[in-house]
Design a protein. Structure first.
Length: 321
């Protein structure tokens, strides 16, 4: 905001003093004088422009150092419990989060299991991020990637209609993914896209790896953990303790509980224990969009598969466990 401040300083140290000096010599009223001062200030700031800090995703934005214990919380599939359970608990602890919205399954008619758009708008109003998870929860593969534009646009349109900003983050439905979709994501203004923990770990169990900026592609951010019904606190701790030495732990949740998809559901009492652990251990908890404060989304590795191969292969060439 340096240019804006310079405008104020110009008013304070230059033209305002001249106006004040004229107050005594011309007999102007006090009201007339301060009206003139206001006009001078506006003109001064207009000359330099209403400068704003560059957006965090701007190439000129100054990135902050990645702190230890930086965690991203994400919630998929528009579960009703995101509003009734997750929202108040996140607000209790002051944590950020991203809710990835889809209208898949019977979202349009089943409001016992899924959010309404009014509730999604309230999540936005509460300061949480609304991300794009496609209209139909369509797995994006080499066979389907050409349908991605219409899938993204449907959620963008709903966001626009409900006063929600256009999403800048994306979660791959079903954790299916293909680099052939990258251009479409870029065209739609997506900064970051989150995947699951595979192929570094099998889907079963929900284990994963932390995000390594500069090594992982910004459209292939791994989940450090993908919560399962049988998860306990130790599973959660194993995931978030990877957030160190420049790595960021991105957690993937579904409903708490997920009444429509019980195979990815989380128990409320355990979820509360996870949040309590984060707070008690001084973790910083943010939304996925907030990674742009620390990571330049325009920087990607030459070969996005290298970090996956390195993780799955030990130095001696043996397969990692």
């Amino acid at each position: 905001m340096n240019q804006t401040l310079s405008g104020f300083q110009c008013c304070q140290h230059g033209r305002i003093s001249k106006v004040l000096r004229s107050f005594g010599s011309t007999g102007r009223s006090f009201r007339q004088t301060w009206l003139t001062i206001g006009i001078v200030c506006v003109l001064s700031m207009s000359a330099v422009g209403w400068a704003q800090d560059p957006p965090s995703d701007s190439p000129t934005a100054e990135r902050q150092p990645i702190p230890e214990r930086l965690v991203v919380l994400t919630f998929d599939d528009s579960s009703k419990s995101h509003y009734t359970v997750v929202r108040p608990l996140l607000m209790k602890y002051g944590f950020g989060a991203t809710f990835f919205i889809t209208e898949g399954w019977d979202f349009a008619t089943n409001k016992e299991d899924y959010l309404t758009w009014e509730q999604i708008r309230q999540l936005h109003d509460d300061g949480f991020e609304i991300g794009n998870h496609t209209r139909d929860h369509l797995g994006i593969t080499e066979k389907t990637y050409q349908r991605l534009p219409e899938q993204l646009e449907a959620i963008e349109k709903q966001c626009q209609d409900h006063g929600i900003p256009k999403p800048v983050t994306f979660a791959w439905p079903g954790n299916a993914r293909t680099p052939k979709a990258f251009n479409t994501l870029k065209e739609h203004g997506i900064l970051f896209a989150r995947r699951g923990g595979a192929p570094e770990f099998p889907y079963e169990g929900g284990r994963g790896v932390a995000f390594q900026p500069g090594k992982h592609h910004p459209y292939l951010l791994p989940s450090a953990g993908d919560a399962r019904p049988d998860w306990d606190l130790q599973d959660f701790i194993q995931a978030v303790q990877q957030a160190k030495e420049g790595r960021i732990a991105i957690l993937q949740f579904h409903g708490v509980p997920d009444t429509a998809h019980d195979w990815v559901s989380s128990r409320r009492d355990r979820f509360e224990a996870y949040l309590h652990y984060l707070a008690s251990q001084d973790y910083q908890v943010i939304a996925l969009r907030d990674l742009a404060k620390y990571v330049d989304p325009s920087i990607s590795p030459t070969d996005q598969a290298t970090v996956i191969r390195d993780r799955n292969t030990k130095e001696d060439g043996a397969q990692a466990r």
